[in-house]
Ligand binder design. Structure first.
Ligand code: SIN
Ligand code: FE
Length: 312
């Protein structure tokens, strides 16, 4: 895999970077290619000192214009929401120019501010981001679409340090069968699998916290933890290190690029769910890779596609 550096933005001629990204590379902009004012960055960095109120990420839901993970009564909520919206909108505008084909069908997911130093965090294994993993969201199955994330390091001096490994195609080829892909795939055409999805759908419809998941989403959620818990994989996989400097922005399909963060503080992030059909080559989607490995469909025909939010 490669960290592909883009110095000049916008480029003199439009460039389609989809094949580079879909191959499992990271696009890296040493200078953040969209406006994000220094006062806003300072405000976010200073939140850390607000009486130890922050223990985890602050999340922003663009569709509801809502911030979670920060005390609503702190007196800082209005400004915080404004700044998260400002970041989210700037990223969306930039990404729509960089990837017009994705923008035509993407679903805008959450943004986040990551205020905590990543080094020596005391987290349970499944939440540790210093172990190499592929991303999957427990509460938001993608049904075979992809997770694209844009990160910005707003620390004034410290780099954000990542280690990645070979793209999903190679890692899944080596580990997916051992992780139980065939067993999960077999449930896609079994009666019990169908009944599990139907009852999950009914309970979900009644407002209960049950998430109907396709076999693909069940496998990806499992694989996330399987990789984190696999000491052999963690130790022996090829490692590519990259330290993202202050003021830089980078983006990757975090389900296609196994990744980990080892140190760094004060990053912003915006997630997009990219429709598989809008890829330069949908055969490179993780779901297509897994279906080739197990020889079975992983998205049952009856799985309804989630409705799409407007692009901005
Ligand atoms: C992750 O998605 O594992 C975290 C990456 C980061 O916060 O830099
Ligand atoms: Fe991750």
């Amino acid at each position: 895999m490669e960290f592909i550096r883009i110095d000049a933005w916008p480029p003199p001629e439009p460039v389609d970077y989809r094949p580079q990204l879909e191959a499992g590379n990271v696009l890296f902009f040493p200078k953040t290619p969209f406006p994000f004012p220094e006062e806003s960055q300072q405000f976010l960095r200073q939140l850390n000192f607000a009486g130890g109120a922050i223990h985890k990420n602050i999340a922003y839901r663009p569709a509801q214009d809502k911030v979670t993970g920060f005390p609503a009564d702190s007196g800082k909520m209005d400004r915080l929401r404004y700044i998260m919206r400002e970041y989210s909108q700037a990223v969306v505008q930039f990404m729509a120019e960089l990837f017009p084909q994705y923008a035509a069908a993407w679903k805008l997911d959450y943004a986040s501010f990551r205020p905590v130093e990543e080094e020596n965090r005391n987290l349970p294994v499944n939440k540790r981001n210093d172990l190499i993993h592929t991303d999957a969201f427990p509460s938001r199955p993608t049904n075979g679409d992809l997770i694209l994330r844009v990160f910005t390091n707003i620390h004034p001096v410290k780099t954000r340090n990542w280690i990645t490994t070979d793209p999903f195609r190679l890692i899944a080829g080596q580990y997916a069968t051992g992780a139980g892909l065939r067993e999960i795939a077999a449930s896609s055409d079994s009666v019990s699998g169908w009944m599990r999805r139907q009852s999950a759908r009914v309970l979900h419809g009644l407002g209960l916290p049950v998430v109907p998941r396709s076999p693909y989403d069940r496998f990806m959620l499992h694989f996330h933890e399987y990789l984190k818990r696999n000491a052999g994989f963690q130790q022996n996989c090829p490692k590519y290190r990259f330290n993202f400097p202050p003021g830089s922005t980078w983006l990757a399909f975090t389900d296609l690029v196994p990744h980990s963060v080892h140190s760094g503080q004060h990053a912003l992030e915006q997630t997009f769910i990219i429709a598989r059909q809008s890829m330069a080559d949908p055969a490179n989607a993780p779901v297509a890779i897994l279906e080739r490995i197990c020889g079975k469909p992983l998205i049952p025909a009856s799985t309804p596609k989630p409705s799409r939010h407007p692009a901005a």
